[in-house]
Design a protein around this ligand. Structure first.
Ligand code: HAM
Length: 426
């Protein structure tokens, strides 16, 4: 609807917690994307591109009904009888695709990666956005502890390649099955005497999903359960050995890890190994990567009981640390090789044609759009960092030639139009 009401229209803004990546920032993003895909491909991971939108039930089932993500943070939309949700994380969609593509039967071991946006309705703050990008890595089909070590090493290598050196890799084991049940019982027994002093959410979670009480951000609650029982003390011999193997394999390749027995992650699907990579520069919310095993998620989403392990790195936090450490060297975008200059007025149509001729020959080219004088066009060509100014005047047009000025060597020559592409090529 157009104006006429006399009311001031406020300017549109991107929704809170959601931002543009402007052209100047894109080279930095490309650097992260290239580093991620190079490291992943070098280890045999193949890229997968699942959709941004999934059935809501997929996330309720996988991330867990009693989690921050499902209870408070999903962007959900209803269409008729259907409920869809913008993916808050990548693992559920990748597992769904793995089952739907028939991988469990035909090629059960799959190393996959994905880079793309995720959506969570969180309170925007430093390092937390409502739309953010993750580099997601998943290996499905094996319980081999080498895979746990491989992906932890891959996550750490990603940050190191970007120049981060003060990484802290925290690991823990969540156990599985009987030892997890034993841990839950121990945690309930520990919390029970003080649970009435906890917030409403903690009390509800105590009943429905006791592990999630440990996610509470309320300092008063945190003080009430400052020293909870440790999962590592309840691990079965088999799961304990698995955990020790992962740590030993990492030690073999010189990767230091810190056992953090309080690390339980905020999503329900984890079993056995869990880990986070922290950048101390970020302070309290320093996790720039999180992941672990999810050995029953494939089964829970309708596939066979196939183990899996993975992680996701957040680009928001990564870029923040890089900026804080001054590691965001400006990556310049390569300017077009040729700037086509109209040396006489009225040649707009010919300039366009010449630029297209160059482009068809594989030479990147741009031209002035602001009716600048010859002098101003030459200035723009110099300032823009282009290698060549290609001057077209009425005389040259008649002769089938152009003037080529090499802006680096400051030399000018007349070149036959038919030989132009070859003359400007590397
Ligand atoms: P997550 O810990 O929820 O795990 O997220 C992984 C990383 O994504 C975090 O460490 C953080 O860097 C980034 N991140 C999460 N939420 C936000 C946000 N609101 N704004 C900016 N960055 C954020 C997962 O998502 C699991 N799917 C990881 C995984 C893969 N586990 C197994 N496979």
């Amino acid at each position: 609807m157009s104006g006429g009401t006399g009311q001031e229209r406020r300017p549109y803004r991107a929704p809170r917690g959601i931002r543009d990546v402007l052209p100047d920032e894109v080279p930095l993003w490309e650097r992260l994307e290239r580093t991620a895909s190079r490291l992943a491909r070098a280890r045999g991971y193949r890229e997968i591109r699942p959709p941004l939108l999934e059935e809501t039930a997929l996330f309720t089932r996988s991330v867990g009904e009693v989690t921050d993500i499902v209870e408070k943070e999903m962007f959900t939309l209803e269409r008729g009888e259907h409920s869809f949700t913008l993916r808050p994380e990548g693992t559920a969609g990748i597992v769904r695709a793995y089952i739907e593509a028939g991988f469990p039967k035909n090629a059960p071991v799959q190393r996959l990666f994905h880079i793309g946006p995720m959506f969570r309705y969180e309170r925007p703050q430093k390092g937390r956005e409502r739309m953010f990008t993750q580099f997601d890595v998943e290996v499905l089909g094996s319980l081999d502890p080498r895979l746990d070590a491989e992906i932890i090493q891959l996550a750490a290598r990603f940050f190191e390649e970007l120049g981060l050196t003060r990484l802290e890799v925290r690991v823990n084991s969540m156990g599985d099955g009987a030892d997890r049940d034993a841990y839950r019982a121990a945690l309930r027994a520990y919390l029970a005497p003080r649970i009435q002093e906890h917030c409403d959410l903690c009390r509800a979670r105590f009943e429905r999903n006791v592990l999630r009480v440990l996610d509470c951000k309320n300092p008063a609650c945190q003080a009430l359960h400052a020293d909870p029982p440790r999962l590592v003390d309840h691990l079965s011999a088999e799961n304990g050995e698995h955990f020790e193997s992962v740590r030993a394999l990492l030690a073999d390749v010189g990767r230091e890890t810190v056992v953090d027995s309080g690390l339980v992650r905020g999503l329900d699907y984890y079993t056995r190994t869990v880990f986070e990579v922290h950048a101390p520069e970020l302070g309290a919310r320093s996790a720039i990567c999180g992941g672990g095993r999810y050995d029953h998620l494939v089964r829970d989403l309708g596939g066979p009981d196939v183990p899996a392990v993975g992680f996701a790195i957040g680009f928001t936090g990564t870029l923040l640390v890089l900026r804080e450490l001054g590691l965001l060297a400006d990556v310049a975008v390569e300017p077009a090789r040729a700037f086509v200059v109209a040396a006489t007025e009225g040649l707009e149509r010919e300039v366009f044609r010449l630029a297209e001729e160059l482009r068809a020959g594989g030479i990147s080219a741009i031209y002035d759009l602001e009716q600048k004088s010859l002098k101003a066009q030459m200035k723009a060509a110099n300032k823009g960092g282009h290698r060549y100014a290609v001057l077209l005047g009425a005389d040259e047009l008649a002769r089938g030639a152009v003037q080529v000025k090499d802006l680096q060597a400051a030399e000018q020559n007349e070149v036959d139009r038919a030989a132009l592409v070859a003359a400007l090529a590397e």
